[in-house]
Structure formats: C-alpha cells, structure tokens
Design a protein around this ligand. Structure first.
Ligand SMILES: Cc1cc2nc3c(=O)[nH]c(=O)nc-3n(C[C@H](O)[C@H](O)[C@H](O)COP(=O)(O)OP(=O)(O)OC[C@H]3O[C@@H](n4cnc5c(N)ncnc54)[C@H](O)[C@@H]3O)c2cc1C
Length: 351
C-alpha cells in the first residue's frame, strides 16, 4: 500500500461528490494522473456505504482507513460533512473546479406502504445499520435501534437483509426471521441459466450460517400493533402468477415481531438540491443519465457508481470510478494513460 504520488501536477482541479467506492476509485486515479482532487462527502466520515452501510463483520473498516491514508499521502483532499447542493452550491463548486464526478450512490430506499407502517419499531435497514457501525467506531455506547432481547423480523431476503440479521444476532436478539416474497431458489444452477450467466440459486451468507429463520414466498399484509408499537406481522403465502404475486387463500397468519427492518432495495439516487441544481436528466430506472464514457449533458460533469447504475456491488463501483477517471482525464488534458475497465452500459450476463 505504498503511496504513488504523481511526478508532476497538471494544474487542473476535480471535485468528486460522494466518498463511496466509486468516488474513491475515481479520486485515486485522478490524483495519480496529477490533478488536484477534493472528495466532498455529506456524512461525517469518508467511505460511503463501505463506512456506514456494510457491517464491520463483513468488511473491516481498517481496510478502508488504510486506503484513505494512502490516498491522503497521494494528495487527495477529503471534505467530510459537506453536502453539495446545501453547504456549497453546485454553481460555486463548478466555478471552483474544472471537472466534477458525481458518485452520490443510489440510497433512496423502497417503502412498504401497508397498514400499520407508522407503528413504532419499524425501521428501514439503513436507519438501523449505521448506528451499529457507529458503536464499533466508538461514537456511541449503544445502537439507537437495539435488537437486544427482541423478536426481529427482516422484510427482504437480499444482502442488506442478511446484514441486518447478522447485526441483530450480535446485539442479542431473541429471534430473527428473514422474509422473502420470491420462492425458494434451487440449490443448483438451473439449465436455463448456463455459465457464464449469473445464476439464481439458493445462497447462504456467513450471517445466515450463524442462525435465524428464512421464510420464502410470503408477503406482509399488515403490521399489527398495540399501544402504538408493532407486536406482530400479518403474513400470507404467495404464488408467482402472471408476473405478479397471488395470495394463497387461507394462508394468512401472524408472526410475533417487536422490531422490524425493511430491506426492500433502493430505487436510485436521492432526489434533492444536488440533482435539481445540476439539472441532470434522470433515467426511467431513476438513475442519473450518462453516456457510455460517464459524461453527462452538463459539460465537465461525470457520473460514476450506483448513481448511474442503480444499487449494485462494490466491484462495479470501483470499476466505474476508474473508468470515469479516464474520461475525466481525457476531458481535462485531451488524452489519457488511465485504464478504462468498462463502459457505463456494461452489465453482468443474465438470461
Ligand atoms: C447494507 C448494504 C450492504 C451492502 N453489502 C455489500 C457487499 O457485501 N458487497 C458488495 O459488493 N456490495 C454491497 N453493497 C452495495 C455497495 O455498498 C454499493 O454498490 C456501493 O457502495 C456503491 O458505491 P458508490 O460509490 O456508487 O455509492 P455509495 O457507497 O452509496 O456512496 C455514495 C456517497 O455519496 C454521498 N452523497 C450523496 N449525496 C451527496 C451530496 N449531495 N453531497 C455530498 N455527498 C453526498 C453519500 O453520503 C454516500 O456516502 C451493500 C449495500 C448496502 C446498502
């Protein structure tokens, strides 16, 4: 992890907005190419979802800190606690920098608008997970949402749900149940999904190996409460039919729940002053529109990572950040030696 500072400065400046893996990857490449780079982050610490989304038990923050130290020694400036569009206007940012990389993630969470949603004890996964990470960072003595002794139900069978499950177990939950609306996937790769496509198979994460119950093919009809607080979920089994989910008659039941986490995925970047002030178009999928070279309709403004792709994976964010850096370098200097791993439209193979 030896720092690789540039041999000479280009005299050009770049602002990277968002300090997740996409923003950090772009910043490191651009600094090594000799540009002066500042990373703006609204949170109090740098790292994006690596810092406050992904739990310590899955990715130790020491790896992130080691990389940030290396980047600082390569000349990257970090500006945590600054929300672009609020604490600094987009106009001011554009005046100060020759190019901007928007790597603001896709953190707008999906809701579950069923009766009882407003009861106490029901939280979004990303309201829950950052508190647990802050305890381990030494900011808090205990998590603001604590699963100790509680019957926890997680709605959503994906990775974010598994992170809630592992966190709740570590906090001493009485029980943890993870619900998924899709049917149980097969153990082996279906013949209709041959290599090298990404197969839909039953996956068990390390958090699942630690315990908890997984229930598939169920939908939540209602949160049931008493004294304003959730005490149960009313569930129904569902069958997949005509591209939707049909309730199975007579399968309604209640399961106890005094703490519920919603892990239903994300719909794209958050709407707000940043998107409004940049005036960048939003795609049908709710992402920031960009060309294959990560450029946008605003000259000198580029989009990398989940903000352009939708909620994805760290490796995609890093690849995008590196590729966007090559485009920014070419925009600033007319040429580039930086590698450009993937076009913005690259997708994993599926059938
Ligand atoms: C709970 C959870 C667990 C996950 N686990 C994994 C995993 O195990 N493996 C994996 O590969 N992927 C995982 N992912 C997905 C992965 O974290 C993301 O795909 C990746 O972090 C996207 O990187 P990014 O840089 O595009 O955005 P992000 O990491 O989302 O970073 C965007 C940053 O931009 C900041 N920002 C937004 N607006 C502004 C503004 N106006 N001004 C300043 N800053 C702003 C945000 O605060 C945020 O820090 C997980 C996601 C979640 C939610």
């Amino acid at each position: 992890m030896a720092p690789q500072p540039p041999a000479r400065s280009s005299g050009r400046t770049v602002a990277v907005v968002g300090s997740g893996p996409a923003g950090l990857a772009a910043a490191q490449q651009l600094a090594r190419a000799g540009h002066t780079v500042a990373v703006y982050e609204r949170a109090d610490r740098i790292g994006g979802l690596l810092r406050y989304g992904i739990p310590e038990f899955k990715m130790e923050k020491a790896h992130l800190d080691r990389r940030l130290e290396q980047m600082e020694r390569e000349g990257v400036k970090f500006r945590p606690g600054v929300e672009v569009g609020v604490d600094i206007t987009v106009e001011a940012l554009r005046k100060r920098y020759d190019a901007v990389v928007l790597a603001v993630g896709a953190t707008q969470w999906r809701e579950l608008p069923v009766p009882g949603r407003d009861l106490a004890g029901i939280h979004q996964a990303m309201e829950y997970l950052p508190g647990a990470n802050r305890v381990l960072a030494g900011d808090l003595d205990s998590s603001p949402i604590d699963a100790a002794g509680r019957h926890v139900v997680i709605i959503g069978g994906g990775d974010t749900g598994a992170d809630c499950l592992g966190t709740a177990h570590r906090q001493g939950a009485a029980s943890v149940t993870q619900l998924e609306i899709m049917p149980t996937p097969p153990d082996a790769r279906p013949s209709a999904q041959p290599w090298p496509t990404y197969p839909m198979v039953y996956r068990t994460s390390s958090a699942h190996e630690e315990g908890g119950e997984r229930v598939f093919a169920v939908s939540t009809e209602e949160f049931v409460g008493s004294d304003g607080r959730v005490r149960a979920l009313r569930l129904v089994d569902v069958d997949m039919a005509d591209g939707g989910f049909a309730p199975v008659p007579g399968s309604q039941r209640e399961i106890p729940a005094d703490l519920v986490f919603l892990a239903l995925g994300f719909t794209g970047p958050e709407r707000g002053p940043l998107v409004d002030q940049f005036g960048i178009a939003v795609t049908e999928r709710g992402c920031l529109a960009r060309e294959d070279d990560y450029s946008t309709e605003r000259e000198g403004v580029f989009v990398a990572g989940d903000a352009g792709r939708g909620q994805s994976l760290i490796v995609w964010a890093i690849a995008e950040g590196r590729a966007a850096a090559a485009s920014v370098d070419r925009f600033l200097t007319g040429e580039t030696n930086l590698p450009s791993p993937i076009p913005a439209s690259a997708r994993p193979l599926t059938v």
